[in-house]
Write a protein that binds this ligand. Structure first.
Ligand SMILES: Cc1cc2nc3c(=O)[nH]c(=O)nc-3n(C[C@H](O)[C@H](O)[C@H](O)COP(=O)(O)OP(=O)(O)OC[C@H]3O[C@@H](n4cnc5c(N)ncnc54)[C@H](O)[C@@H]3O)c2cc1C
Length: 388
């Protein structure tokens, strides 16, 4: 069967790319190969914090989040089929990013960039931060930035909505697994599926999340993307949570209110790099509890009430996405992976960007050239400026 574009992986990223491709004026014929339509292991299904923030340090990541926030706000319109759209359940609860005393200079540079790019961000000295958000410990932070219009949404609803819209636009979702990539020089000539079916298209998009490195290897390309185990918890204290922003503390705790308690995790790269979803039974006690009690007020009696694990599509080079063709290596393989924990907030913009590249041969809205394949070839990381 021949298509214009074959997308390997039908999670949030692959489905966003499919929608944006199918919405192009000439309506590309798109096949999405997704081996598990329950999505039980997909990151998009497990990313239950659903955080969306514009408080990044790279202009590309800020711009991607800008687009996502607009897109998720109007998600029902974007995903409308037969008069019914999907609600992304976007909550504009805001974000607070804190910096350590040593990280103030970096936070300030990031703040300037965000301001220049039109993000509503407010600088808070430690005393201001602590009085506005009493759980923040004044003696623990050097400064903070509040972005009141950022927030969170529901990744499962988003995936459902994108997929439903893509199908309505004529995209074929094939329940199958991409197994063999036949090559002709620097191009993939066909993709053979576990069912034995063979598909052909001039362009292949790799959006297989944490499995992207494995799939790329099948096509003969090494990419620095693999799984990184992430734990997210639901947790409570005796007092119910009040409405408050998503707090991302420099010492790596990141959480938001959920129900009567909270939901979130501790950012660390010291977890398993395998495809095993088994939770570390000690993680809450050894990582979460100390991170919460050391960094914040009011968590002395914190208790875990739920947990989920999931695998990030972790880019070991620089923890940023790789978007675009593997030019010079495998010219018609387009990467859409390596988001390293930011793929929910970047899916709408990244899907649009890959569609632009495929349809027009260039980025039309956000220039993501610096997130391309060339930096992988050159071994030159494009790093975030951290305020930790
Ligand atoms: C616990 C957790 C919390 C997170 N929190 C946030 C957050 O707050 N904010 C944020 O922006 N991001 C967050 N993320 C990251 C975000 O979920 C992902 O970056 C995003 O969902 C992008 O997903 P994806 O479509 O690339 O990958 P996935 O959703 O994993 O989809 C990849 C798909 O590829 C399929 N596949 C793999 N190999 C093959 C093959 N050979 N053939 C066919 N199909 C294949 C898989 O079945 C899977 O469905 C979180 C992730 C986790 C795990």
């Amino acid at each position: 069967m021949n298509y214009d574009v074959i997308i390997v992986g039908g999670g949030g990223m692959g489905s966003s790319a499919a929608v944006h491709l199918a919405q192009s004026p000439n309506g590309a014929r798109v096949a999405v190969i997704e081996r598990d339509p329950t999505y039980i292991d997909a990151q998009t299904w497990r990313a239950n914090t659903g955080g969306i923030r514009r408080t990044h340090s790279l202009p590309e990541n800020i711009a991607l989040s800008q687009y996502s926030i607009e897109y998720y706000r109007d998600f029902a319109a974007h995903t409308e089929v037969d008069g019914i759209g999907t609600d992304a359940e976007f909550v504009p609860g805001g974000y607070v990013m804190t910096a350590s005393p040593a990280g103030i200079a970096n936070l300030a540079v990031n703040f300037e960039l965000q301001t220049t790019m039109g993000v509503d961000v407010r600088w808070l000295e430690p005393s201001q931060a602590a009085s506005q958000f009493p759980m923040l410990r004044q003696d623990h932070i050097g400064a903070a930035v509040h972005s009141p219009a950022d927030g969170w949404a529901n990744p499962q609803r988003v995936l459902e909505g994108l997929r439903r819209k893509a199908v309505a636009l004529g995209v074929d979702y094939l329940v199958d697994e991409a197994m063999v990539f036949e090559r002709a020089g620097r191009r993939i000539s066909s993709v053979t599926l576990a069912s034995g079916r063979t598909l052909r298209a001039p362009t292949i998009v790799l959006a297989a999340g944490p499995w992207s490195g494995l799939v790329a290897k099948k096509a003969g390309v090494t990419i620095p993307v693999g799984p990184l185990l992430r734990h997210d918890f639901d947790f409570e204290v005796d007092a119910p949570s009040a409405p408050q922003p998503f707090i991302r503390d420099w010492a790596r705790i990141a959480f938001r209110p959920e129900g009567r308690g909270y939901r979130g995790g501790a950012q660390t790269t010291a977890t398993s790099r395998s495809f095993d979803f088994a939770a570390d039974p000690n993680f809450f006690e050894t990582m979460m509890r100390p991170a919460l009690t050391d960094s914040l007020h009011g968590f002395e009696g914190v208790r875990q009430v739920g947990a989920v694990t999931g695998l990030f599509d972790f880019n070991a080079l620089d923890q940023n996405a790789i978007i675009g063709p593997c030019s010079g290596t495998l010219d018609n393989l387009y990467l859409l992976t390596g988001f390293s924990g930011h793929g929910f907030m970047h899916a709408p913009g990244a899907g649009r960007a890959i569609a632009e590249l495929i349809i027009h041969g260039e980025f039309r809205t956000i220039d993501l050239t610096r997130l391309g394949w060339q930096r992988v070839v050159d071994g030159k990381p494009y790093l975030d400026r951290k305020a930790g």
